[in-house]
Ligand binder design. Structure first.
Ligand code: DGY
Length: 419
């Protein structure tokens, strides 16, 4: 075990708040949905019971309608805005009112494959909750075919350029005074802008106004866009959930139906003019016209094609350090601002799973080497400038530590020796 392995384990332990893991101290002091699923995967490399526990605390916050919220506010923390009183969802424990990329079933499958001897009872308890969550996605977010998001935060890729056309229609002028906390923790030039934040808060206020009635938010809310990123993540997760169901002897035909419907909807998010999958404003029917990392998650769902391959190589070769979150040759590219350019180790890890499954071991090895080099040189940062590797955002980050243990740093010396 290398000293980086030790550091990664120490980060997971340090960010453990007793059954759930915060993404990083200070900036994100609660349990976040997809961060937590990655934490579970990381724990699975050295503490399988703790891995299952992470998934259990996440799924325990499920709403009655099946939604698993994007933040669970276990203990109040004044260092974060917008906190539980702003979301005002009347849940116990308090939660936000939107969801986040459903990577949990895919990562549960990977954990289960490591723990078939002892994990069965825990998988049996989690499985119905995962099925209910996937049914919620199908019923509440897939009415237009691909997955719709009702808030950019639901995508996990908060301020990526994909959402700009939808955000333009949101009125952020009436939100009133508030104090952001994120910019007190990290360099403001690496975070979303004030104009974006005003709109984020306006969308939360709309949810509160309609009592978090999801059907009304979809029908009348200020923002509704098709997200290629979640579409591919959910499609993959449906297929992984079906594998888990079969292992438990369950009838998975309903899940197979959701997966088929979603796969059949993929042509609706293919923008032929752009030569890529693309986000779409579902209020106006217009494509975003933006190439970003959401499109490249197609590999995770086995939905790559030669045109997308060419785009991938173009944007990847234009930078040196992992796959950028936005097109480096587009005017909106901002290499250190959160999802408007930086490379994210965690997204690289998801793409790597897809590239490997597609038989592109060469690309997977390159992505892994670049991701590992960023972490070896700079540590476990949230994201990195893909042009020069500068570390950005929060540090001692849970999911970066997790993907080091599970993928980027796993048997690294062996991999380097073989290269
Ligand atoms: C934040 O606070 O920036 C989060 O990404 C919202 O989920």
């Amino acid at each position: 075990m290398t000293s980086l392995d030790n550091q990664a384990r120490a980060i997971l332990r340090k960010n453990d708040r007793g059954g759930y893991t915060v993404p990083t101290a200070g900036l994100y002091p609660y349990q976040w949905n997809w961060d937590s699923a990655f934490a579970a995967w990381g724990f699975a490399t050295f503490d399988l019971p703790r891995a299952w526990q992470e998934l259990e605390t996440l799924m325990a916050a499920q709403w009655e309608d099946g939604m698993v919220p994007h933040i669970i506010f276990h203990k109040s923390d004044p260092g974060y805005f917008p906190g539980p009183e702003v979301w005002d969802t009347s849940q116990s424990p308090a939660t936000s009112g939107i969801s986040q990329p459903p990577v949990a079933a895919t990562l549960t499958r990977l954990i289960w494959e490591e723990d078939q001897a002892f994990g069965r009872a825990r998988l049996e308890a989690l499985y119905p909750r995962l099925v209910n969550w996937h049914r919620w996605w199908h019923e509440m977010r897939c009415g237009h075919g691909p997955v719709a998001i009702t808030h950019p935060w639901e995508s996990g890729r908060d301020n990526c350029p994909d959402w700009d056309i939808g955000m333009a229609g949101v009125d952020g002028s009436q939100v009133g005074e508030y104090t952001r906390r994120d910019t007190g923790h990290v360099d403001p030039s690496m975070r979303p802008s004030k104009a974006e934040y005003d709109r984020y808060i306006a969308m939360v206020q709309f949810g509160v106004k309609v009592g978090w009635d999801q059907a009304r938010i979809v029908a009348d809310g200020p923002f509704l866009m098709a997200d290629p990123g979640i579409t591919f993540i959910l499609l993959r997760a449906h297929e992984d959930l079906a594998v888990l169901g079969r292992a438990l002897g369950q009838d998975v035909s309903e899940i197979e139906g959701w997966a088929l419907a979603l796969r059949n909807a993929l042509p609706l998010i293919w923008n032929a003019d752009l030569g890529s999958y693309d986000a779409k404003d579902l209020r106006s029917g217009r494509f975003a016209g933006v190439l970003g990392s959401g499109a490249f998650l197609a590999y995770l769902a086995g939905a790559g094609n030669p045109e997308l391959d060419a785009q991938l190589m173009r944007v990847w070769n234009a930078v040196g350090f992992g796959i950028p979150s936005a097109d480096p040759e587009a005017a909106i590219f901002d290499p250190r601002r959160y999802w408007r350019g930086p490379a994210w180790p965690v997204v690289n890890a998801l793409m790597a799973i897809g590239l490997r499954d597609a038989g592109r071991g060469d690309l997977e090895a390159r992505l892994r080497a670049e991701t590992a080099a960023l972490i070896e040189r700079h540590g476990f940062y949230e994201y990195f400038d893909p042009t020069d590797g500068t570390p950005c955002g929060g540090h001692d980050f849970t999911w970066t530590a997790a993907i080091w243990l599970t993928w980027a740093g796993r048997n690294l010396e062996q991999a380097k020796g073989a290269a």
